[in-house]
Design a protein. Sequence first.
Length: 365
Amino acid sequence: MSIVLYKKGEEALQRPHEETIMLIDIHGHFTTLPESVSSFRNAQIDTFDKTGLAPDIALPVISDKQITDALESNQIRVMKERGVDLTVFSPKASAMDHHRGNEQTNVVWTKLCNDLVHRACLLFPQHFVGACQLPQVSGQPPRDAVIEELRRCVTAHGCVAANLNPDPSGGYWLDPPLSDKAWWYPLFEELVALDVPAMIHVTGSCNPHFHTTATHYINADTTAFVQFLTSTIFQDFPTLKFVIPHGGGAVPFHWGRYRGLAQDMGLPDLSEKVLKNVFFDTCVYHQAGIDLMLKVLPSENILFGSEIFGAIKGVDPTTGHYFDDVRRYVDQSEHGTPAIRQQIFSSNAQRVYPRLKPFLACRAC
C-alpha cells in the first residue's frame, strides 16, 4: 500500500489510500444554489397557498458562471482537499419540498432542480454524475408524473439513481408504507426496468416534534429498513436496490434487535432477507460511529458517502477536523483493511450503481 498526500487548508496529512482506488462519494447535494432558486419556490408556493392553483411564474435564469462559482468554491474545493474523485450529485434534499404544493407545482420545481444538477454534471463531468429527485406529493401515489420524471432523468440526463421519499407528508407519515403494493409497486417496477437504485431520503419536516436533519432523516432511514425487513418487497423485486443514508439511521446500533425480531417473526436471517438489496452509506460524523458500521455491517453493504455539503458543516472541537470529513474516519478505522476500503470507497458503488460504468469508462479514456 502506498501513501498519498492529503491536504486540508494549510495542513498536510499522510493518509493510507491505495493509488488505484477511485473514491466515489454516493451522497452529495447541490446545496449551494443561487438564492433566486429558493425564492422561486417560495413565490410558487405562496401563490398556490393563496389561490389553490399552480402559478405560471417565470423560472429563474441561472447562468453557467453562477453554477461554476457555486461549485468550484464549495463542493469541488472540498472534494479536491479530501481526495474525492466523483460524487453522485442530487438536488438539495431538504428542499425537495414534497409536503407543499400539488403535482403541478412539484413537477415544475422538480424539473428545475434536476435540470440544474444536470447542468452541473455537464460543466464538471470529471466530478459529478447525477441522481434525481422525484415530484412526489403527499397523499398521492407516485404514478405517471413521478415515473415520467424518473425516466427523463435516467434516459436523457444520464442519472444513475433517484432519491425516494417514503414520507412526503413531512414527518406525519400519512402515506402507506413502502410495502403497499398498490401505492409503491409501479414505481419499484420502473426502478428495476431502468436498473437504478433508489436512495431513501425524506425532505424537510413540518412536524414540530421532528427536527429535519437530527430526527426526521434518522427516523425515515430506520423506518424504511424495518419496512423492508417485515415485507415481501425483495421477494417480489429480487433485483431492486435501496441505499439507506446516514449510516442506516439507528440500524447498525440496534443490529441485534433486528436480527432478533426477524428470528421471532420466523423470517430469514438479515443476510438473506434484506442485505442482497439494501446498502448503507457512511454519512456518520464521528470515528466511533464509522467503527461501529464497519464492525457490525458486512463490508459489501457499505458505500462511501459524506454529503458535501449537508447537515453538518462545522469543525469538531475535540479533533480539530470537520465533522463531515468521513474519509478520515474510514481510513483510520481499526476495522478497515485495504480490501475493505476498496469496497467502501469504490467497488461497492460500481456494483450498486450499474449505470456508473459508462462515466467511469469515460474518465479512464
